[in-house]
Design a protein around this ligand. Structure first.
Ligand code: ADP
Length: 464
């Protein structure tokens, strides 16, 4: 059943059906052409024979006599029928088997009227015969009629043999072509079987295996495409695994702290101050976990494409102004200088809350990674059809080798510092996602010890 449904079987069947059709067409055409040509030469031979016989006739006083001494001689050949008629339509001579008078008489009448004719008939003993009738002329007047007949048995024999040979060679050809076709189809489709087996093995084990590519044809390209797909799937699964491992690890640290703090606090009677410190630490870790879970949820929704954007025309300058007062307070607390400007009026089409989250993350990072005494600034300018919002700091900077990774989830260039400052390495991946869903991008320039500049590019609705 599986074999019958297989492509190689169906291909072979189609191939054989097409071949049988072609062979039948060719056979029928060849048979009819041969048959026509054989009957034509039989008729030609009858005509020649009739002319030959006419030459051996002698006509005296409107009666025909046979000149047996003539060149050709009025002698029948084996299987031949010769009839000679006078002007009144009476048979004068017959050589060979008798034929039905009803068949011959109309032909004789036609011959006496000066016309030749050819007809298929039967002898009295039931054998088929082909008859040729012609007038016998003497001095341009008809003096009788001659009928020559020959059996078409020879022609029929040749045609029968021809049909048998055609049928036999046709059957052998179709049989061989069927076997050959099946063999070829199996050979051509073998790589598909191999690909199926590899794909099955991959599904059961791991995604690191690849389908072997042997050619550059359609199947080779299919194998390459499947390999690329598995490569992408493998990377996606690795990222997923890494993400889960990182998330668990990140959540385990605050949980361990909470557990340790509470166990320690409960072990014996403590002072109010000790309890306060423990609870503060627990509260801090809980806030950290809660913020991280929020970020994780945001990213999970973004990955699932379930994120709802409330698109409207958003005044970015207004958002930056709002954030600036909070950041200025933070900067003052940390002893940083904070500059705003130049700040052009920038309007983009986007989700106000998400854009606020994007700039707030960048500004908080600038505060977090700039040591006391440093400075930071924010500016917004339009460049053609794009808005560029830059957050610049004179902070610790990012090492060159870390730059390509800072937008990855849970990536932190300096793990100890970031964790101590409450960072989980998710902020920039969220920023990048928000920029991308708004049709924009983020670029970063940084030097260790000198500072960093994060530039957000967004498509502009209008700039005044
Ligand atoms: P985190 O929560 O750790 O800040 P982010 O995704 O926001 O995570 O940033 C990823 C990493 O990029 C940080 O751990 C830090 O090493 C680096 N980074 C981000 N912003 C700055 C900055 N303004 N200056 C220096 N390093 C930065």
């Amino acid at each position: 059943m599986r074999f019958i449904r297989s492509i190689k079987f169906r291909l072979t069947i189609w191939y054989v059906v097409a071949l049988v059709g072609l062979l039948l067409l060719f056979g029928i055409m060849a048979y009819f052409m041969l048959s026509r040509s054989l009957y034509q030469s039989l008729d030609d031979s009858l005509e020649t024979r009739a002319t030959q016989l006419q030459n051996s006739l002698q006509v005296n006083d409107n009666t025909i006599i046979f000149d047996n001494d003539g060149e050709a001689g009025f002698e029948g050949q084996p299987g031949e029928l010769i009839l000679l008629y006078g002007t009144d339509g009476t048979m004068l001579q017959r050589l060979g088997p008798a034929v039905d008078a009803d068949d011959v008489d109309p032909l004789v009448d036609q011959a006496l009227a000066g016309r030749t004719s050819l007809v298929a008939s039967e002898t009295a003993d039931g054998n088929r015969v082909r008859l040729y009738t012609a007038p016998v002329n003497e001095d341009s007047s008809v003096v009788g009629a001659i009928v020559v007949g020959r059996s078409p048995a020879g022609v029929k024999d040749v045609l029968r043999t021809f049909a048998a040979v055609l049928g036999f060679t046709g059957l052998v050809t179709v049989g061989l072509a069927g076997i050959g076709g099946l063999f070829m189809a199996s050979r051509v489709l073998k790589p598909v079987d191999r690909m199926t087996q590899t794909a099955q093995a991959i599904g059961e084990s791991d995604l690191s295996r690849r389908i072997e590519v042997h050619s550059d044809d359609e199947l080779g390209r299919l194998a390459s495409t499947l390999n690329q797909m598995m490569e992408r799937l493998g990377r996606a699964m690795d990222r997923q695994r890494q993400f889960t491992a990182d998330a668990s690890h990140e959540l385990r640290t605050p949980l361990s702290i909470i557990e340790a703090e509470s166990t320690l606090a409960l072990r014996k009677e403590r002072t109010e101050d000790d309890y306060r410190k423990s609870l503060e630490s627990i509260s801090q870790e809980t806030a950290y976990m809660s913020a991280m879970i929020d970020k994780l949820l945001f990213l999970a929704r973004a990955d699932a494409g379930k994120e709802q954007l409330n698109l409207e025309e958003v005044d970015v300058t207004e958002i930056l102004d709002q954030l600036a007062s909070d950041i200025a307070a933070l900067c003052q607390e940390k002893g940083l200088q904070f500059h705003i400007g130049p700040l052009e009026k920038i309007v983009v089409r986007g989700d106000r809350i998400r854009l606020k989250q994007l700039f707030s993350n960048l500004l908080e990072n600038a505060v977090r990674y700039t040591p006391r005494g440093g400075s930071m600034s924010v500016s917004a300018v339009s460049q053609g059809k794009t808005a560029m919002i830059a957050v610049k700091d004179t902070g610790v900077g990012i090492p060159k080798e870390a730059l390509p990774h800072i937008f990855e989830r849970f990536y932190r260039a300096d793990k100890a510092r970031s964790r101590a400052d409450g960072g989980a390495g998710l902020g920039l991946s969220i920023c990048q996602h928000i920029a991308e869903v708004h049709g924009g991008r983020i670029e970063v320039e940084s030097r260790v010890g000198e500072g960093s500049t994060f530039s957000v590019f967004l498509p502009l609705v209008q700039s005044i």
